[in-house]
Ligand binder design. Sequence first.
Ligand SMILES: C[S@@+](CC[C@H](N)C(=O)[O-])C[C@H]1O[C@@H](n2cnc3c(N)ncnc32)[C@H](O)[C@@H]1O
Length: 252
Amino acid sequence: MSEMAALMGPAAELVEFGAGSLQKVRLLLDAMDAPAGYVPIDISGDHLADAARTLARDYPLLHVQPLVADYTAALTLPAKRQGAGQRIGFFPGSTIGNFAPDEALRFLRMAAGVLHGGALLLGADLIKDPAILHAAYSDAQGVTAAFNLNVLARANRELGADFDLTQFAHSAFYNPPLQRIEMHLMALQHQLVRVCGRSFSLPEGFSLHTENSHKFTLDGLQALAVKAGFTPGPVWTDPARLFSVHWLQAPL
Ligand SMILES: C[S@@+](CC[C@H](N)C(=O)[O-])C[C@H]1O[C@@H](n2cnc3c(N)ncnc32)[C@H](O)[C@@H]1O
């Protein structure tokens, strides 16, 4: 963390894409040299406002400017504060892996544009023994299964759907040619469901493909970053090389 903070330099401004509950960023803020500002971006406005209020209370010297926006669309960031140092993007949780490759490139090009002259700190999950991935995405506690099934609960709540959650099974597997974990929900028996006023007949075994989580090699991730206009800098991994964090210098 101290190496990252040294690269950021004094009075840097942080911009977090998909900031969530603003927990991980605290580790970075604590290591940084007098951060000048923090722009947490999230699509979920109410949650962002609450989390930003709590963070601003805990970091009274930090200028916190929450921005409700969709980072897959064109972004306009607030002007950099006078006297601020580099603008550093923060996208830590391997959310980059949830994009299809062309979407990941589009996101990185957008980030290179808004961070010009600064850098992006990017987390990326690495390709590893599929047994480790399977154990994580089909965990014994059923956390990932509950997360996956929640999409049906939300469809029931927000799209007037009538999915019976007990009639779907969570399925996650590594797809080696596409270098990604795929998450599916399999219909346990034939069923009729209504979504947004339309009826769908799902045969037994029908698979709803709910999410992808792409895994990367260090070289593959850096090649993608170069294509988007970044210059790769230092990379940090854990000793087992399961996960990586990349310093990517944005173009001027
Ligand atoms: C898994 S949380 C990550 C939180 C934090 N960055 C971390 O790594 O701990 C993902 C956050 O991204 C937000 N999000 C998802 N898609 C988004 C989008 N297209 N634009 C902006 N925020 C988005 C979600 O609302 C959620 O708060």
